[in-house]
Design a protein around this ligand. Structure first.
Ligand code: ATP
Length: 309
């Protein structure tokens, strides 16, 4: 699969439960070879979408393809897809490696891959311990090892960091990065963008079942303008500064006793420099001057609050 061909294509994909629309006419192409972060608040429809892609839930309307095959024929593509949805269901009394041996036999996968997948998920030295004794992070990673047994082109992970502590989350992020480096497409969901921003190079964001963003992660933060934060000592000076900024044609707001100037389209560094110069010429001493560049998280919150739609 090349970078340009799509791993997953949704075309008006919809799921209704009675009158509730869980997934609302999603139309998206997810390119092959990316880590696609599937983001949305609780109840946005991420699990339902993934379940439809895996042939577990039947769509109410619309269509989709996975690895070029229609989702009403999961038999044609599931052999090339690995998935971890709702936590791994493994045998607690068996060791890590025994679990993988059983799954390899059941799934008719090459058992010769077991040492490599254990190494990849960082469990090679704990493979002899019983699953029941694993930490939550280790259980999740063994679940991913199981999903990788079939050497999948696409890996679907539903909230793999759910319930993990910061160390577990970091290990999961690093693991996803290693899996992507092997050339696999990864679709990974979370309700927290901050969890995925370091690993996802492509973002699919939904809210209330509807698409709100689908494109490269690098383009996402660029949708929000940088801001320049200015401060002056004393209320009177701050008012003078606000008037000065307005006279220079900028939109100005107030936040936590400071002025916030939005640099729509303008270079934020040059804007900050010219405001600094103007303040100095007017005899106003700045107590604060910095540029606030948008993060993925701030852009995401703007988007969900409707500021950016
Ligand atoms: P979370 O981040 O909380 O896991 P999600 O984005 O995965 O949320 P879904 O689990 O897909 O969201 O749920 C989307 C909507 O569909 C929710 O309103 C949910 O209550 C509803 N829903 C999901 N499954 C069913 C079902 N089997 N029957 C009825 N409603 C359902």
């Amino acid at each position: 699969m090349t970078e340009r061909s799509s791993a997953v294509c949704l075309d008006g994909l919809t799921k209704r439960y009675g009158t509730r629309v869980a997934v609302d006419a999603l139309t998206v192409d997810i390119p092959g070879g990316v880590v696609a972060g599937f983001i949305g608040p609780n109840g946005a429809g991420k699990t339902t979408t993934m379940a439809m892609l895996l042939g577990l839930v039947r769509p109410s309307a619309g269509t989709a393809t996975v690895l070029g095959e229609p989702i009403d024929r999961p038999d044609r593509y599931l052999g090339r897809v690995g998935a971890l949805v709702e936590g791994p269901a493994l045998w607690p009394a068996l060791t890590g490696v025994e679990n993988l041996r059983v799954l390899a036999r059941l799934g008719r996968h090459d058992a010769g891959r077991i040492p490599a997948v254990l190494e990849l998920v960082g469990l090679a030295d704990r493979q002899g311990d019983r699953f029941a004794e694993y930490s939550l992070g280790m259980k999740q990673r063994l679940g991913i090892a199981a999903a990788l047994l079939g050497d999948p082109a696409l890996l679907v992970l539903d909230e793999p960091t759910n319930g993990l502590d910061p160390v577990g989350m970091t290990e999961m992020r690093e693991l996803i990065g290693r899996i992507a480096a092997e050339g696999r497409t990864v679709l990974v969901s979370s309700h927290l963008l901050s969890e995925l921003e370091q690993v996802a190079d492509w973002l699919l964001i939904i809210d209330g079942g509807r698409l709100v963003y689908a494109d490269h992660a690098s383009r996402f933060a660029q949708r929000t303008s940088p801001q320049i934060v200015l401060g002056a000592v004393g209320h009177g000076e701050l008012l003078r500064l606000a008037r000065l900024v307005t006279e220079h044609g900028f939109e100005v707001g107030r936040q936590d006793g400071q002025l916030v100037v939005t640099a729509h389209g303008a270079d934020p560094g040059s804007t900050a420099a010219s405001l600094n110069q103007a303040a100095a010429s007017a005899g106003i001493v700045l107590s604060e001057l910095h540029v606030l560049r948008p993060t993925l998280e701030s852009s995401y919150l703007n988007l969900l609050q409707g500021a950016d739609r």
